[in-house]
Design a protein around this ligand. Structure first.
Ligand code: F6R
Length: 608
């Protein structure tokens, strides 16, 4: 998704903006641009393609001098990823420049009206209406023009605006798109994400929807949409810059895979005290949790896959009906729920548009809502009745890894606690599961030790054009995530299949060219899965078995195996996914793919 950044201070803005944009690259983009105020006028340069193309333009056609500016990486939604469509956009008289993350839903009607008034559009974007509206309303009072402009916009937006009449001043506004302000010494910034601010400051202000800020090098004034000045809390981000950088690994994805033992430990350890699970962050929600009669879990992508695992585990352990649904479906379905329904919303970024919309819909229906989120202060975290943070640390790679496993860790804590409160597990089982949870970080480490083995297997199979992941129960839920990992970073087609479903049609695709990865860690259905392995072997497929370390029978059935550390069945997914993340990573690497920035993908999907 688009990334925006702004700087005003005592240093040259252009290099700082370019550096900030490079820290937002992970969000996904296809063009970029910067605009800088040199004290007299606004100067702008844009380029389609990678940031390097913009850097080259700035070197060749710059320098862009000035200590106040805005920058943007664009992920095309309205119009192709061309230079003209790239941000910033300038008003016809060059007085205003704007960068925008989000979508202006009513831009067509605004565009028609502005055209009729003589404004000339130079791009196909929804964003361009904003600079022309600013131009139309501006009568010398910037704040007033901004408020009038904002009142005309429907949709989601994080906006950064430069005005030629106001050197040394930035104007920003947030509505349903992420935007954070950074307070430095003699310099202030804004960005879509804290990672772009860290080289300058750890002190941040989190804007809420509808809020406007006027930023100079020495001051930040935050106002509500009517212009009333607000006192905002300044928070200190504890993430350090190194944590957001690669730390010697070739790719962020690999670094983040390797960080999983530590990340899972951060999710679990502070929540187990004297052998008991403590979720006191939930406040009032903790009190009503045992009264819930139904659970609905909703999320997108990998977070949804974590929800599918939780669906199997919770219903089994807590004996409560659990329904799991992708947020993009739930939000438009008029779902049946009430105050006895607990809706668990899962999101790494906390900014996924469909997830936010589904959460709002569930709240509207009267459900109690619990968010499982990584990014502190994100929209999902703010909207839900209670939050359990995953504490995974910054996740930069577009393909999530530690985001997913820490979601599983937190969901496991929740499931065990709920089961205990509902009396569906006895103390012995409770203590066993808590002990297993505490051992998870070291089990994750053992799973990471499969790296060399996973790389060897990847080398053998990276040329395949398609493959299958099969499994049952939680193994099947892990298939969904393993298959997505492979698809998104290696562009190899794969399917995740409930093993018992194969014979209802899909087995027609199985032949000697197929690789089938059979996930068989879920002990209770191991024999059943073995029968499915025999079915595909009989049709000539090669089979890679993923089994518990103790399970040696796989060797007489599969061609090769990855042996995963033994854990309780409900925690299997946390360790089982790790060698499969590594397999996907090495396949993509063998195929020369851009692993941290897969084509067409964005880290944070802030538009529908
Ligand atoms: C896949 C991936 C995506 C996200 C999905 C939801 O590797 O990262 O499928 O899981 O876009 O994102 P969040 O968790 O930020 O809501």
């Amino acid at each position: 998704m688009c990334g925006i950044v702004g700087y005003v201070g005592n240093q040259e803005a252009a290099p700082i903006l370019l550096d900030g944009l490079s820290r937002l690259e992970y969000r996904g983009y296809d063009s970029a641009g910067v605009a800088v105020h040199d004290g007299e006028a606004i100067h702008m340069l844009k380029a389609s393609g990678r940031l390097q193309a913009l850097r080259e333009r700035v070197d060749a056609e710059g320098p862009l001098q000035g200590t106040c500016g805005i920058g943007h990486t664009r992920w095309a939604t309205h119009g192709a990823p061309t230079q003209d469509n790239a941000h910033p956009h300038l008003s016809n008289d060059g007085k205003f420049a704007v960068v925008h993350n989000g979508i202006i839903e009513n831009y067509l009607e605004q565009r028609e009206e502005l055209k009729a008034r003589g404004f000339v559009f130079l791009s196909e974007t929804d964003t361009e209406v904003i600079v022309h509206l600013m131009d139309m309303y501006y009568q010398g009072d910037l704040k007033q023009a901004f408020m009038q402009t904002a009142a005309r916009l429907d949709g989601s937006y994080a906006l950064g605006i430069l005005c030629a009449d106001a050197p040394g001043q930035l104007l920003v506004m947030k509505n349903a798109s992420p935007l954070i302000l950074g307070l430095g010494a003699g310099e202030n910034l804004f960005a879509s994400d804290v990672t772009a601010l860290l080289p300058h400051t750890h002190n941040i202000i989190d804007l809420d929807d509808g809020e406007i800020a006027l930023i100079t090098s020495n001051d930040i004034t935050v106002m509500d949409s009517l212009g009333n000045v607000l006192q905002k809390e300044v928070t200190r981000v504890t993430w350090n810059r190194e944590a957001a950088e690669r730390g010697g690994y070739e790719h962020f994805m690999l670094k983040e895979i390797m960080e999983q033992p530590k990340a899972v430990k951060s999710s679990i350890e502070p929540r187990i005290r004297d052998g008991r699970i403590v979720l006191d962050e939930l406040g009032e929600l903790a009190r009503v949790l045992p009264q819930m009669e139904r659970v609905v879990i909703t999320a997108c992508g990998s977070a949804y896959h974590a929800g599918v695992v939780a669906g199997y585990v919770m219903e089994d352990l807590c004996r409560i009906p659990v329904h799991v649904e992708v947020a993009s479906e739930l939000r438009y379905r008029n779902p049946l729920m009430d105050e006895r329904t607990l809706v668990v919303v899962i999101s790494q970024s906390g900014e996924t548009a469909d997830t936010i919309a589904a959460l709002r819909e569930c709240k509207r229906q009267g459900a109690r809502t619990l968010a499982i989120v990584n990014v502190v202060g994100s929209t999902v975290a703010k909207l839900a009745d209670g939050v359990l943070y995953t504490w995974a640390g910054p996740e930069i790679s577009v393909a999530t890894t530690k985001g997913y496993t820490t979601q599983l860790a937190v969901l496991s804590l929740l499931a065990i606690q709920l089961a205990w409160q509902r009396g569906t597990i006895d103390d012995a089982r409770y203590q066993h599961l808590v002990g297993e949870l505490q051992q998870l970080p070291s089990k994750c480490q053992r799973a990471i030790d499969l790296n060399t083995h996973a790389a060897r297997i990847a080398k053998r199979y990276h040329g395949k054009r398609s493959l299958f992941y099969i499994g049952r129960n939680v193994d099947y839920a892990v298939c969904l995530e393993a298959s997505l990992k492979l698809k998104e970073i290696s562009y190899i087609h794969s399917e995740a299949y409930a093993a018992g479903e194969l014979k209802h049609g899909t087995i027609a695709l199985i032949d000697q060219n197929q690789l089938v990865i059979a996930l068989a860690c879920y002990q209770r259905l191991f024999e059943k899965l073995l029968s499915n392995v025999r079915e595909v072997k009989a049709r000539g497929a090669r089979v890679l078995g993923v089994v518990r370390e103790a399970e040696r029978r796989i060797y007489s059935e599969a061609d090769e195996a990855l042996l995963v550390p033994d854990v309780d069945a409900m925690l299997v997914p946390v360790v089982e996914i790790i060698p499969l993340q590594l397999f996907a990573y090495h396949v993509a690497k063998c195929n020369g793919c851009d692993i941290d920035k897969p084509k067409n993908l964005a880290k944070s999907v802030t538009v529908e």
